[in-house]
Design a protein around this ligand. Structure first.
Ligand code: TRP
Length: 445
């Protein structure tokens, strides 16, 4: 099957669209808040540079070398035992799990866009109550917005790489950057700005605990969309002469810059209102609306703008979570995209519905297993087990299974020997060991 090619900028925007998501704007600020700020940010930056980037390059290399779906890529690139290595492609199924709860969160964001047109909560307590009530009691509302988020995602993927994914990213990515830069410029005028800068960039090493490092490593993988073949799948559509190193660095830089800008905006707004940085996963939903409310009507405009940007970021990522499985199903089983999406979508929608119900008081007991709600099970199984496992497999495959000369040939046009050797060492030894540590930590502690 012939796989359509991105334009050069199309690939970078789509990969950046995948990487920049809820992980950057929603998750990065709140885990930074919980882990004490500057020191965490510094560790996160080092992890992106030395581990995340190496794995990103590895995924691009595999995708471009095989130009196939993830399962077939492992099968054909393995010098021997391809029939066994194809099972490494199991990682694409992580996508179904991530999609189920990711679209629920996008649904919350869509609801907040609507709420932004009405009177916003004026205190952190009211905002917390509103968020808690929505998640634990508003079944129908959540279903409506979850379903909308779900179908927008499916619709874009159905249109394919060129007409769907590339086109949407071409519009939404620049728009997202524009909105965030606007908010950033505004935040520089606030009194909370300098406090935000020192919170984010002046390390306070006393705040670093043993799990801080491991949290930073884990987030580096999630934020760069690594470990389930998303980047491999997009790289299967990489134009021939794209510089792999430059493209990978560009995406990592865009992703990191957006996380940092989002961090500065959110903390400037927070500190300006005298709110606390460690508000947990509800940070964006609970802490920002009261800050927006204090600006009057202008605050409503900020609020709509902010949540629209967040929804864009989420949708372009959700699309990239679906594409690996769709490419696998269409190319291995010769089914149409519509049929593939119908099958995959049905499974994800059922999982998502169960996850949604697991947060609702009266249904929770039916979808709680071993003391954990289904929503948390999906999140845990994907981010803490499947993604890191996928990352280790990719690193081992490139570092130990593929012949070094083959890997060298694929990269030699884009980096000199010193850079290649550093990268090869990072992918062969540092990456698998670091990821194994993250997994062990997340599973047992
Ligand atoms: N990187 C995205 C974020 O930060 C999430 C995401 C998209 C993802 N595709 C992925 C995470 C593939 C892991 C694997 O929100």
């Amino acid at each position: 099957m012939k796989i359509a090619r991105f334009s050069r900028i199309g690939f970078i925007l789509a990969a950046a669209g995948s990487a920049v998501g809820l992980g950057n704007i929603w998750k990065f600020p709140y885990i930074t808040g919980e882990n004490g700020g500057g020191a965490f940010v510094l560790i996160y930056l080092c992890t992106i540079t030395f581990i995340g980037l190496s794995l990103f390059i590895a995924e691009v290399l595999l995708g471009k070398a095989a130009r196939n779906d993830v399962v077939s890529s492992f099968e054909t690139l393995a010098p021997k035992n391809g029939h066994l290595w194809k099972y490494a492609g199991f990682m694409i199924f992580t996508g179904v799990l991530i999609l189920s709860f990711y679209t629920i969160v996008i649904g919350w964001i869509l609801k907040y866009i609507v709420v932004s047109f009405t009177a916003l909560p004026t205190s952190i307590k009211d905002a917390g109550d509103a968020f808690g009530t929505m998640v634990s009691t508003e079944t129908l509302t959540q279903f409506i917005f979850f379903t909308i988020a779900f179908f927008i995602t499916i619709f874009i993927v159905k249109k394919g790489i060129k007409k769907g994914i590339e086109k949407v990213n071409l519009i939404l990515m620049p728009l997202l950057i524009f909105i965030l830069l606007g908010l950033f410029l505004y935040s520089t005028t606030l009194a909370g700005f300098s406090q935000a800068i020192s919170f984010l960039f002046v390390p306070d090493w006393s705040k670093v605990t043993d799990t801080t490092v491991l949290k930073a490593v884990g987030h580096a993988f999630f934020t760069l969309s690594l470990g389930m073949g998303t980047i491999m799948t997009y790289a299967a559509s990489l134009p021939n002469h794209t510089n792999i190193l430059k493209a990978s660095i560009s995406v990592a830089v865009i992703d990191t810059a957006i996380a940092l800008i989002a961090g500065v905006v959110i903390f400037s707004f927070l500190f300006n209102a005298g709110a606390q940085p460690a508000a947990g996963p509800g940070l964006v939903f609970i802490s920002l609306p009261p800050v927006f409310a204090s600006f009057g009507v202008l605050g409503n405009v900020f609020s709509v703008t902010f949540f629209v940007a967040l929804a864009f970021a989420g949708i372009t990522s959700a699309v990239s979570i679906v594409e690996p499985t769709v490419l696998y199903m269409t190319s291995r089983f010769n089914v149409s995209r519509t049929k593939a999406l119908f099958i995959l979508g049905s499974v994800a929608y059922i999982c998502g519905s169960m996850a949604l119900l697991s947060n609702i008081k009266e249904f929770a007991s039916y979808v709680t297993f071993g003391g954990k709600g289904f929503f948390n099970i999906l999140d845990f199984a994907s981010s803490s087990i499947m993604l890191p496992l996928g990352g280790i497999i990719i690193a081992i495959f490139v570092g130990f299974v593929m012949p070094k000369e083959r890997v060298y040939k694929l990269l030699k046009d884009y980096m000199n020997d010193t850079v290649f050797n550093i990268w090869y060492f990072l992918i062969k030894f540092i990456t698998p060991i670091a990821v194994l540590m993250v997994m062990i930590n997340k599973i047992f502690f």
